[in-house]
Design a protein around this ligand. Sequence first.
Ligand SMILES: [Zn+2]
Length: 249
Amino acid sequence: MGGNNQGSETAPPTRQTNAACRQPRRRSATNAIPATTITPTVRRPTEKPANAPALRGVAIDPGHGGQNVGALGLDGSKEKDVDLQVAKRLEKQLKMQLGIPVYLSRTGDYTVTLRQRLATADHPDVDAFLILHAQAAFTPAAHGVTLFIRPKEESAAGTPTEVGGGESMRLAQSLAASLRAAGFTVDGIWPAPLLPLGRGDLPTVLVEMGYLTNPADQSLLTDPAGDERMAEALFNGLKSFADHAKPQS
Ligand SMILES: [Zn+2]
């Protein structure tokens, strides 16, 4: 997890990278960038027209890139490559099957600032934002997909809403269902107060797609067919999220 934070003037250089995906960890966000250092805001700039499709566009942030390699696998595989491969496959599915615009924070192996990552979602037609990562753990037994959302959702009126009622939670639940249907182990949906998930009310889910320190997860995520399976499950989750969206009034 995490990203290069050098674009944020409020963050000291020592916090440019988030160590969460670079080092083994037990759970969630204890090594992540404190939320107070994150200034960019991701929000839905406009209301949808009444006849707009349920999912007008999607933003995807493949983690890491360039010198920021992310987690390392047992065989030396790099998380940055896994994140990008799944992102590109998901982009292709969304464009080909739904014909909607997809915005990627990076399309190759280069450094992206946190500000640039969050700006990826700052398009008026973006209705969902997925942040893709993979993990490392101290034990090879740790495996499976973990989903993170912001701890609180802000409603359109600016009123904080607890986890459970938010659209990010609904998106995460939809992703969890489609991942499980595709045979993936889903570890759960966790609030991530310290992860840079942006703010506002854009449905946003950070997907830790598996553990590169687990032999089965690693072989799946470093295999093109496995990446395609992961991308397809994420696509189905996004589509299901959109299909069950409340009618716009
Ligand atoms: Zn990562």
